[in-house]
Design a protein around this ligand. Sequence first.
Ligand code: CP
Ligand code: NVA
Length: 447
Amino acid sequence: GLASVKSSGAVKALDALGAHAETIIRQIELHTPHSANVEGANVELGLDSQYCVRRAEEIRQEYKSEFVKSEYLLLAILEEGKSLASHILKVMDVNADRLKEEIVKLQNHDEDNIASESEAKFEFNATEALDLILTDSLKLRGTSLLSMTDLTKEQIMGIMQVAALMDHSKKTRESGFSWNYPRSLAMIFEKPSLRTRVTFDLGMQLLGGTTTILGPAEIGLGSRESVPDVARNLERWVDAVMARVFEHKVLVELRDNCSIPVINALSDLEHPCQILADFYAILCKKGKLEGLKLAWVGDGNNVLHSLMLGGAAVGMTVSAAFPVGYEPDPEVIAKAREIAGREDAIVLTNDPKVAAADADIVYTDVWTSMGQEKEMIARVHAFRAFQVNEDLMKLTSPESLFMHCLPAHRGDEVTDGVLDGPQSIVFDQAEARLYAQQAVLALTIGP
Ligand code: CP
Ligand code: NVA
């Protein structure tokens, strides 16, 4: 059990001592006779295991640790001296003195990490955040947000500051920023939505603005009226347009035919508002974005595209695993690598385990996106091995996060255990949609 948890201190110590976990597992399997099915039997810890658990607790006290760590259990097994496990470890030249040296190294490393984690805490300053809106120092006023490539790293980090201001005002019920005259947003939806619809609508209201929601039946975008003509009408009434569309080129047409900001609320190519919210949710947990490894497991879709482009800008590594035939857009991959200035900012694989190994974040999304419903059966088949489950999460550390843009198809791309588990921050992401989009609205519409 200890040897199978790759991110554990026990496996790290064993590795450092040249005893590889796979070899230990193989040895145990070789020496353990297959027993009858004992399912349902009253299984108890053997005497040697009981000794090890008690001894590990004593070792915890000796090392003045808060937790019984896996490396303490390993040392206890070694000290017990009579079990098969202890025998295998000795044959592999793992002795108690060398293991204790590794335990001290792990202890120091943990303390360094705690120190650097607290240094990396995301700092937010309300006055500076408000200034970003009032002075337009980020140069976002009047600009559109169709792609993560529309934003520099400085602009993304500025949006994070303003998102923190919005978060603070909502939680304290203090007004951080609001318009003195109600600004208005047209919200165009060619596809269904829960999060995007509620958070843009509520976000505008909290800023002192108003919205007009236009569903597919209302406008007939491109059929009842051309996209450019819709844009030329809307700009006469409202201060910004948010649109969720099938084809990304419709957003480009809207933007190119009006003078007000157009915000991509999801297209076949990208979902930038989702990624800004995700970055804010990550910052709240990890205190930083730069240097993190994000593993994507699933379809090479719109959410992955924005993650790769945004991740590249802020200095993350995105390691994406997808089935053959469901690759992300090659142009997006090339662009992300160009933005990052390094090829290995984007790692591509067809093996979810390769992507997930040692990841700080594991992210997945539905196998079938809106508009691809006809492909659903083929996709279910192709993506079967691309589920984020408890076994896959074991390849990461307990501090790693699980993320999903939602809606989730429980039992397909993610198990209930992971989605509802302690590593999951999916509802923090949903909450962060409000703050990130309020920030985008305040900065692009202006004070
Ligand atoms: N994540 C997301 O965009 O959710 P909705 O489709 O519900 O808006
Ligand atoms: N990739 C999904 C995201 C939903 C928020 C879709 O486009 O349907």
